[in-house]
Design a protein around this ligand. Structure first.
Ligand code: SME
Length: 161
């Protein structure tokens, strides 16, 4: 098994460079999308502080369907356009939400969630799902988290679908 050790206390750019390198190494040569999503959710959960949920929803027909994740049990199906995840899927744009209570239609899977980052997963021009990160802290996700996660997902998207 791959040995991974990432310093959580280093500056964001270095942290995300290390996290992305580990993510790339984890999915390298493995075509099974579910296995890869499971390991990436676990990697993020282990190394990113202050999360209460980290995982994937997969686009299946016109819905998002719960995929591999870490955290409490969650909503299984989300309509494209609904909530934070559905908005990311409908627009293809990252949703970085400082206060989920202020987001119209936010779906509260866990009442403890206060802020959220959702990154569309696009493979060969097609949206295949979203990465969803939730935090119990308000305004947990900063621009550096958004850009770091976008690069990470972009580096491994071919192995997620
Ligand atoms: N809060 C999300 C739903 C997914 S759960 O948080 C895991 C949303 O509004 O899309």
């Amino acid at each position: 098994m791959l040995e991974i050790a990432i310093d959580r206390d280093q500056p964001a750019a270095e942290f995300y460079a290390d996290l992305t390198a580990s993510a790339v190494a984890l999915v390298d040569g493995e075509p099974d999308a579910i296995a890869n999503m499971a390991n990436i959710a676990a990697l993020i959960w282990q190394y990113m502080p202050d999360l209460n949920w980290a995982g994937f929803y997969r686009r299946i027909d016109d819905e998002l369907v719960l995929g591999p994740f870490q955290g409490k049990t969650a909503c299984i199906r989300i309509a494209i356009g609904a909530g934070v995840c559905g908005t990311a899927a409908a627009t293809g744009e990252v949703q970085r939400v400082a206060d989920v209570h202020a987001f119209p239609g936010h779906i509260a899977c866990d009442a403890e969630s206060r802020s959220e980052l959702v990154v569309p997963v696009v493979r060969q021009g097609k949206l295949i799902g979203v990465l969803d990160l939730d935090s119990p802290l308000p305004d947990r996700f900063q621009p550096a988290d958004e850009s770091g996660m976008v690069k990470l997902i972009g580096a491994i998207a071919d192995n997620l679908g």
